[in-house]
Ligand binder design. Structure first.
Ligand SMILES: Cc1cc2nc3c(=O)[nH]c(=O)nc-3n(C[C@H](O)[C@H](O)[C@H](O)COP(=O)(O)OP(=O)(O)OC[C@H]3O[C@@H](n4cnc5c(N)ncnc54)[C@H](O)[C@@H]3O)c2cc1C
Length: 397
């Protein structure tokens, strides 16, 4: 079957405008803040500029103020946005908000869309997605989910502990995954709840000190203690939380890959510029064979990552399950992007370790990607199991 992965002229134009916007508007702010912004004023200014440039919230339906791009379209635009650590924030396509918008568009009721999706899509509020729990709770294995929601007269009461909840500080609401039936270790039985900021039962315990720092709002530990929400806080259907989360998971993995691919390209550009100008041992750095190998391997990793992303997005846009292609792309990209940034540091020598270029910041930011959205080992395990199932099915015929 013919697979056409080329962006339409309209999408290519949005991607071009995004690339220009990132270079002219966002990178100067990124350099001033060393890639880490914690100011609502800066977020607001960047988002206003993106709105004026006509590239804001490109993934959201036009009805909610976006450009309505499908996943293949997002691949072209998000990669350009990701060329700066602050690009995704400016375009309102940063994690976890972007994935939450996608989920709300697919699963929320009309009323929930007005209350949560519309202000989120406009950048008026931020959000977080609260799934992971400290051991022995949910992590790589979601069935270990132990936060519990029980029915009460007012609706539901949620009790449990979550950690590594990105963007929770300052978020207008959380999407919290809690168990409504079954026991930890059993499959199914989860429900997603919309919990408003200011609910006295949802408390921030601490900001977790982490290797990475650029994701807005940081990573937070939250406690749900007698957290009462109305029956209308259920997102999707009761006990169908894991099924609904699949709507978010595959695309969110790909959009992370797209954004970090932008940073990999940026790292390569910094390294190539250095290799072109630095002279040693009587030649340009870039004329030394081992440096050429690193430059070439970076190009190969970038091209292969993009190819795998596009293939998985093509399947997702066709409403195929895409579990295997998203797992393959996520695993490869997370590792390839790390390799690219690491080689870029090596090419730049001590300069790459210094704060004079942002490479060491990028290195810290891309490392956790091999853990979140499913660690590489979990994905490899799932990929291999699917391959064996396919073998068994063929053998049984
Ligand atoms: C920067 C960052 C941001 C995050 N943001 C969020 C967020 O916003 N919301 C949220 O809910 N969670 C978030 N997380 C949590 C993330 O989803 C979990 O860290 C991830 O699911 C892994 O769970 P865990 O940390 O409990 O590791 P564990 O489940 O304890 O796994 C530890 C290790 O076991 C290995 N492993 C896993 N599966 C297998 C297997 N099948 N075979 C062999 N080895 C295996 C892997 O090496 C893995 O790293 C974030 C994490 C990070 C680091």
């Amino acid at each position: 079957m013919a697979v056409d992965l080329a962006p339409s002229p309209d999408v290519a134009e949005v991607a071009r405008r995004t690339a220009t916007f990132i270079r002219e508007v966002v990178i100067p702010v990124e350099e001033r803040h060393r890639g880490v912004v914690r100011s609502e004023d800066v977020r607001w200014q960047l988002q206003q500029a993106a709105k004026q440039a006509g590239i804001f919230a490109p993934h959201v339906a036009r009805e909610y103020g976006g450009l309505g791009l499908d996943l293949l379209g997002r691949a072209a635009v998000f990669e350009e946005a990701g060329y700066s650590l602050l690009g995704p924030l400016a375009l309102n396509v940063a994690a976890p908000d972007e994935g939450n918008m996608h989920l709300l568009e697919a699963v929320a009721t009309g009323e929930q869309k007005e209350r949560y999706l519309r202000p989120l899509a406009a950048g008026e509020v931020r959000s977080c997605f609260a799934m992971t729990e400290p051991a022995p709770g949910a992590g790589s294995d979601p069935s270990a989910l132990s936060t519990r929601a029980t029915r009460v007269d007012e609706g539901w009461r949620i009790d449990g502990r979550k950690w590594f909840i990105t963007g929770a500080d300052g978020a207008g609401f959380a999407i919290c995954m809690a168990r409504t039936s079954g026991r930890p270790g059993e499959a199914g039985g989860a429900t997603m709840f919309l919990v408003d900021a200011g609910n006295p039962g949802m408390k921030t315990v601490r900001h977790i000190d982490t290797l990475d720092e650029s994701l807005y709002g940081g990573h937070v530990e939250l406690v749900f203690d007698d957290c009462v929400v109305g029956a209308d806080a259920v997102l999707g259907e009761v006990d169908q939380g894991f099924r609904h989360a699949q709507v978010r998971l595959g695309p969110a993995r790909m959009t992370h890959c797209m954004r970090w691919l932008g940073i990999a390209r940026r790292a390569q550009d910094i390294a190539v510029a250095r290799a072109a100008e630095r002279r040693l041992f009587g030649s340009r750095l870039g004329e030394l064979g081992m440096v050429q190998q690193m430059i070439a391997d970076n190009e190969i990793d970038i091209a292969a990552s993009r190819g795998l992303i596009l293939r998985a997005c093509w399947e997702l846009d066709r409403k195929e399950s895409a579990s295997q292609s998203t797992a393959i792309a996520k695993t490869f990209c997370a590792e390839a992007i790390w390799r690219v940034v690491d080689r870029a540091v090596q090419i730049c020598g001590a300069l790459g370790i210094s704060g004079d270029v942002l490479l060491s910041r990028y290195l810290r930011e891309v490392r956790p990607f091999r853990i979140y959205d499913g660690p590489s080992e979990t994905h490899r395990w799932a990929i291999a199991r699917r391959v064996l199932r396919r073998h068994d099915a063929r053998a049984a015929r």
